[in-house]
Ligand binder design. Structure first.
Ligand code: AHN
Ligand code: ZN
Length: 329
């Protein structure tokens, strides 16, 4: 397997402390300090396969058999890759007042490490194709290939990489449940807090008392061909330096055509609650198109959000960016 070697000068690294004392004049010029970092290879086909396997269960709608079976598969998978797996069962309320059970799944790598990075995606899929052009599909659950499974597929591949290439850094992968059960569009309810129920629960009840992380990255709709990832508006508000740093990594990797240096719409996604309630700076890498009707990717909340819309190349770009952020830190 080919491994890329990145040479990054120490001054660029956030971890290095810089003792720039004005009056210290070294007699001889020290050799330039260069830190050699081996960046593991992100296997896009493996990530694609993880997306496919999720879809094979059927739509992962909370309360369904597919949802339950897929959760068991995740727990098995992450138990093999991570040091500790936490399953956070919770009960909450849907937009219509119905009670529902949810499950956040948390995979911890290096649980003792103080410096931690949080990576997240939602694993549930939407029970309604309420933005489908054909009205008769509005109550059909979606595969959620891009909306849900793509982000999880990237994180599963990252878990595989973390197992084979251990870091000193702590990493927590959180799969949030019940992100996508907000009120159907056709009811015209104009709601906000009935989305992202799993992250709302976790932000108020983290799996570890006083849980802290340096920062977080949320992945949502990271698998469509020719994606557009502008800097999502709230990410830029809550964590501008982090957002700019990550887009800079993307530019260095040659992905600036997709990770555009533009501001995207404000999106009420899982990162809002992680920022506002858990107080952890978290950005959202999310496919947004400023000139489409919904502002999301073209098949968002339609029955066409299926495996045909997934391009391994996109999973690979997003995976490369996240892996580079992790292994350079
Ligand atoms: C709202 O439409 C309020 N939030 C969308 C967040 C989302 C849905 N991400 C994926 N599906
Ligand atoms: Zn959605």
């Amino acid at each position: 397997m080919l491994k890329r070697i990145a040479l990054i000068s120490l001054v660029l690294l956030s971890m290095t402390s810089c003792d720039n004392k004005q009056n210290s004049k070294p007699a001889a010029q020290p050799a330039p300090q260069v830190k050699q970092v081996v960046i593991p290879n992100f296997n896009a086909d493996s990530a694609y396969n993880y997306v496919k396997k999720q879809l094979d269960f059927g739509p992962r709608v909370p309360g369904s058999a597919a949802h339950k079976q897929c959760a068991e598969w995740f727990v098995d998978f992450f138990s093999d890759k991570a040091d500790t797996v936490y399953v956070q069962d919770f009960r909450t309320r849907l937009y219509d007042g119905r009670g529902i059970d949810g499950k956040n799944i948390i995979a911890a790598f290096n649980p003792e490490a103080k410096k931690r990075i949080l990576l997240a995606a939602h694993w549930d899929s939407r029970p309604f194709a309420d933005h489908d052009p054909d009205e008769k599909n509005w109550n059909t659950p979606i595969d959620g290939a891009n909306d849900g499974a793509s982000g999880v597929g990237v994180l599963m591949e990252i878990a595989r990489i973390l197992k084979n290439n251990p870091l000193n850094l702590g990493v927590d992968i959180i799969l949030f449940d019940l992100e996508d059960y907000g009120a159907p569009y056709f009811l015209n309810l104009m709601t906000n807090d009935d989305w992202a129920l799993g992250s709302q629960y976790w932000a108020k009840n983290p799996h570890i008392y006083n849980y802290r992380a340096y920062f977080g990255i949320l992945l949502d709709m990271v698998g469509a061909p020719n994606p557009k990832f502008p800097k999502e508006y709230y990410s830029q508000q809550f964590a501008p330096a982090l957002s700019n740093d990550i887009w800079k990594v993307a530019r260095e990797l040659g992905y600036d055509e997709y990770f555009t240096n533009e501001l995207g719409h404000p999106i009420n996604d899982d990162h809002i609650y992680v920022n506002a309630i858990a107080r952890i700076p978290m950005i959202d890498i999310i496919h947004l198109e400023n000139n489409s009707e919904s502002s999301f990717y073209p098949y968002w909340h339609t029955v066409k959000d299926n495996l045909e819309q997934i391009d391994p190349k996109t999973l690979g770009m997003v995976g490369d960016v996240v892996v580079n952020v992790l292994y350079r830190n």
